[in-house]
Design a binder for this molecule. Sequence first.
Ligand SMILES: NC(=O)C1=CN([C@@H]2O[C@H](COP(=O)(O)OP(=O)(O)OC[C@H]3O[C@@H](n4cnc5c(N)ncnc54)[C@H](OP(=O)(O)O)[C@@H]3O)[C@@H](O)[C@H]2O)C=CC1
Ligand SMILES: O=C(CO)COP(=O)(O)O
Length: 320
Amino acid sequence: MSVGVLGAGAFGTALAIALARKAPVQLWARSETRARDMATHRQNTAYLPEQAFPEQLMVTANLQELAGCDTLLLAVPMQQLDNFIAENAAALQEKTLVACCKGVDLRSGDGPAEIIARHLPDTGFALLTGPSFARDIAVGLPTGLTLACTDDGRGQALQKALSTPALRLYRTTDVIGATLGGALKNVIAIACGATIGAGLGESARATVLTRGFAEMQRLALRRGAQAATLSGLSGFGDLVLTCTSEQSRNYRFGRALGQGTTFDPSVTVEGAATARAVRDIAARDDLDMPITSAVAGLVENRLDVTQAMQDLLSRSLKEE
Ligand SMILES: NC(=O)C1=CN([C@@H]2O[C@H](COP(=O)(O)OP(=O)(O)OC[C@H]3O[C@@H](n4cnc5c(N)ncnc54)[C@H](OP(=O)(O)O)[C@@H]3O)[C@@H](O)[C@H]2O)C=CC1
Ligand SMILES: O=C(CO)COP(=O)(O)O
């Protein structure tokens, strides 16, 4: 299997570094200047400074140079995926595409699998997700991930090719569960960050995390996911990581909302758009997702954290 990585941000670069420790990898950046800078300095100074590239990592801004790769990892942000696939469909045909993004597209309400199937219906698809910070992967720290693929034969081949001594991939055919777990944990991480930022305490955060997990399960099970996927790495595992770590951009964004401070708008915060997309899906499906709705309200500046918490606490009492 020959692997290329499309998207040279933090995650794409980290995956390329990890995989290039065992076999040649091509990393594609959309910016010629960035690609040249990385090739010269053998590191990604913009997104992942001080992580030296292995010898077998090649960088390019020319997609044609990845023509020989049979497997392409897509590491662009979720809200860019639709346009990215549409613009580059010709180069992506007849490849196996492994989406590495976490979220739900705001325009269509779709996840990566549906978006790719719409543009490239005959292309092999898998999703790589789970609790993993880019820097940890790049450094070579032990990390467990979920590889979701409906075609289990393809899934087994990808699991083998993309696992390394430090990166341990678990396999599932439940693409729906893996997609929704990875998308929704970012929304709940914003809520947890806001809770801590507003000084509401760690007990409150534990409640938000746990009731957030109940929301994740409610939506995912309704959409056909398996319960075991939600309690696995791509669901519960990533939820715990993202809701409790200062490394998480979603958590830090939520904390800034809670503190009433500004947050750099150029930073990728997948949970912000996903909260709005999922709030709309839940309304259509007649599902109760109060924490997700509260996060959508915070992101849209219709609510502040005090009001959001007041709304959540004043709901009628219910069974767990
Ligand atoms: N960072 C992490 O720890 C993890 C991230 N992920 C997921 O990976 C995905 C990517 O995140 P991450 O790498 O962190 O994000 P970053 O913000 O670090 O990087 C985003 C990258 O995508 C590129 N990009 C943006 N839009 C386009 C486009 N239209 N066409 C081509 N390239 C584009 C950017 O290019 P440019 O620099 O030119 O703007 C940049 O290289 C997200 O869905 C995230 O949830 C998953 C697990 C861990
Ligand atoms: O998905 C991640 C960890 O698994 C990265 O989280 P952030 O996007 O919040 O930084």
